[in-house]
Design a protein around this ligand. Structure first.
Ligand SMILES: [Fe+2]
Ligand SMILES: [Fe+2]
Length: 283
């Protein structure tokens, strides 16, 4: 497993805390199928997330863009522009990662196609307002997962560095732009009760689909994990320090009457990890 710096980066100056970094990760050195702790469940779980991001982020960009013309605040318009650019870069990098995953035997591109179809169905059945509300909800989930990843660096141990640093970069930027969809939703007359109704559905659908797709990926790759690997994955997802356990409290904050994504102040955390990723990049 390589530990050399295999990313290049260019960056535009930011005045709003949303820095647009053009990253170029190389996944050439990812040469083992189970590149996350040698555990196929954990590897498949991250592969599912990577497969979900490109169509998901496309939906986020479009649903925010649908309301751009109704935004009058120039600062928020600037934030929308940077949010769009960050999400577009995430999509590009995850598409490259998914190509690599597919070549290793993980059907990440098939996940992309499935999510694309599900979103097309959603677009046909739901209003623009509901799609923006769904984006706000999913951006909240993305931000609290990002916060979890950056506050539990032990979880990243044993992940191939190219993928690990892609996840860190993505987590940093999800935190930087976490309030943009919410602010657009509120500034254009969105109702909190719609947000809460949609979040209740997403709270069931998101974990169910993600876990279901992880099982599908294991089945499609004909991988049967050992009991030790099942126990390890269970602990990392549902144990005392596991992801699903730790995001419960920040998740519930979303249901507060006066909730705003910036209530979770992660600026110090972002600064710490920006330095870390820069050190890795510099080799
Ligand atoms: Fe993203
Ligand atoms: Fe995002």
């Amino acid at each position: 497993m390589s530990t050399t710096a295999d990313i290049s980066m260019s960056q535009t100056e930011s005045t709003n805390g949303i820095e647009v970094r053009r990253m170029d990760f190389s996944f050439d050195q990812v040469d083992t199928m189970d590149w996350y702790r040698g555990n196929p469940i954990l590897t498949a779980f991250i592969a599912v997330l990577s497969g979900t991001f490109p169509p998901g982020e496309q939906m986020f960009i479009e649903s925010v863009r649908n309301y751009k013309d109704r935004v009058t605040d120039p600062q928020l318009l600037e934030n929308v522009k940077d949010f769009t650019r960050q999400e577009a870069h995430h999509t590009n990098q995850h598409k490259l990662a998914n190509e690599k995953l597919e070549s290793l035997g993980w059907k990440a591109q098939k996940i992309e196609k499935r999510v694309e179809k599900a979103i097309a169905l959603l677009n046909a059945k739901r209003s623009k307002r509901e799609r923006l509300a769904a984006t706000v909800c999913l951006e909240h989930i993305t931000a609290i997962v990002a916060e979890y990843v950056l506050t539990h660096p032990k979880q990243l141990e044993g992940m191939h560095p190219s993928i690990k640093y892609m996840m860190i970069w993505h987590a940093i930027e999800e935190i930087e732009h976490k309030s943009v969809a919410f602010d657009v939703y509120m500034a254009t007359g969105g109702q909190r009760k719609t947000l809460l109704r949609i979040m209740r559905a997403i709270a069931v659908l998101f974990p169910t689909l993600t876990i279901g797709r992880t099982i599908y990926l294991l089945w499609a790759a004909r991988r049967m994990p050992s009991w030790v690997q099942i126990k390890e994955a269970w602990g990392m997802l549902f144990g005392e320090d596991g992801m699903f356990t730790c995001i419960k409290a920040p998740f519930k904050d979303f249901y507060r009457e006066d909730f705003h994504p910036d209530d979770h102040d992660n600026r110090a955390l972002v600064e710490k990890w920006k330095a870390e990723i820069e050190a890795y990049r510099a080799g």
